[in-house]
Write a protein that binds this ligand. Structure first.
Ligand code: FAD
Length: 384
């Protein structure tokens, strides 16, 4: 039996010994550290919560997402590699055929292959039904034409789950998911995007030019891909929350150390109420976010529907990480504004929480409208 606490401890040490020392260079050079993949595979980090039959460890989601949180304390972009990989694995596990699971899911779970999950296009992010990449049947397979944007793990991934229009007249009801391999002719992976933050994550666009995909690589049913694509985002939101909590906690621990050593007007700034209040406000947000994070992880482990809760959690953590990184820079004063300060990087990395895997504005719309329509939340009794 694998000791869960020990696994998280290994992640903490992996971060301290391998990721942390690289983090600044990765941010500056805008690159994903493929040299860490052997260790990630060795510890089976990418398979923690997947069933043993697919090569995973069969553990709970609090353990696996806590590992992502620890890894993201070192470099949030590496956490992103995990969660996008898992979004692809989730839809393969839930909707894939036995052959697709054998060929694609198992290598993703073992970390032998990295996956990406490419729904967005340059013209369609929040409004995913507006994608324009087409997929048309030919004698030798399904021909894809168009382009995808914001593809996390682009270039480092071997497997690409791509959303396309199989019926251009039917909006969301004309979308299908297809499984592509990096080697397919007609799939061109563009250069890494130069981003504000999470720069250790590989983000590219994809060009699809008469790319032929075998018929058996359609995931789920034709024209039913929109629901599948949205389903994959539910786990992605939980993953984003794990990343955000990692960034927020690390930023605050830096700020606390600094406040305990920096002196102004003859005393430590930690003794000033203005500083204590900032830290208190951040800690209150982090405590409630961590409690809710545990709840949502446990809901997933129990097999409960946690789609609404994962949206609430991501918005909650977005607020917590923005607050934490903002105040961390403020507590470090001018030193926090310099590139040499880690908190400067955390402030940039944390901004992704409000954007990726559903923007805060869109998620608030989803949360508000779902609750108004009577969706059940464990914590609220709307009859009173
Ligand atoms: C680093 C990074 C990695 C990413 N990785 C992936 C990936 O791997 N796969 C993938 O498919 N996508 C990925 N994305 C795309 C991401 O999911 C989108 O950026 C996000 O969904 C927002 O879409 P958009 O950027 O097109 O903004 P838009 O949808 O154009 O939104 C612009 C603004 O309008 C607001 N808005 C839009 N609609 C509404 C509404 N109905 N109500 C209120 N406000 C609204 C938004 O909140 C936002 O503030 C990634 C993005 C980034 C930055």
């Amino acid at each position: 039996m694998i000791d869960k606490e020990k696994l998280i401890k290994i992640a903490v040490e992996f971060n301290e010994n391998r990721i942390d020392p690289l983090a600044k260079e990765l941010d500056e050079s805008n690159r994903f550290p493929t040299e860490l993949m052997d260790d990630i595979r060795k510890h089976n980090f990418l398979g923690i919560h997947y069933p043993i039959e697919y090569g995973g460890l069969g553990l709970d989601h609090l353990t696996s997402f806590s590992v992502v949180k620890e890894i993201s304390k070192g470099s949030a972009g590496i956490g992103l590699m995990f969660i996008v990989n898992w979004m692809a694995a989730d839809v393969l596990m839930k909707y894939g055929t036995d052959d697709q699971k054998e060929k694609y899911l198992k290598p993703i779970v073992s970390g032998q292959k990295i996956a990406s999950y490419s729904i967005s296009e340059s013209i369609a992010g929040s409004d995913a039904s507006g994608i324009t990449t087409t997929a048309e049947k030919r004698n030798n397979g399904i021909e894809l034409n168009g382009s995808k944007y914001f593809c996390t793990n682009g270039g480092i991934a071997d497997i690409y789950i791509v959303a396309c229009k199989t019926d251009t007249e039917a909006g969301a009801k004309g979308i299908s998911l297809l499984i592509l391999e990096k080697s397919y002719k007609g799939l061109e992976i563009k250069d890494y995007a130069d981003k504000l933050g999470c720069r250790s994550s590989a983000t590219t666009s994809l060009k699809l030019n008469k790319c032929i995909v075998p018929f058996e690589n359609i995931l789920g049913k034709e024209n039913k891909g929109f629901g599948l694509a949205m389903d994959g985002l539910v786990g992605g939101r939980l993953g984003m929350a794990a990343i955000g909590l990692g960034i927020a906690e690390k930023a605050m621990s830096n700020a606390i150390s600094y406040a305990n050593s920096r002196r102004a007007f003859g005393k430590k700034i930690a003794s000033l109420y203005a500083i204590q209040e900032k830290i208190a406000d951040v800690i209150i947000g982090l405590e409630s976010s961590n409690t809710y994070f545990e709840k949502v992880c446990n809901m997933r482990t129990m097999g409960s529907d946690y789609s609404l809760e994962s949206s609430i959690l991501k918005v909650m953590v977005a607020q917590a990480v923005n607050k934490s990184t903002y105040e961390a820079v403020q507590i470090l004063g001018g030193h926090g504004y310099y590139k040499s300060a880690e908190v400067e990087r955390y402030a940039r990395d944390g901004r992704l929480l409000d954007i990726g895997v559903g923007s805060t504005e869109v998620l608030k719309m989803v949360i508000g409208s779902s609750v108004l329509k009577g969706s059940k939340l464990n914590s609220i009794n709307r009859d009173t």
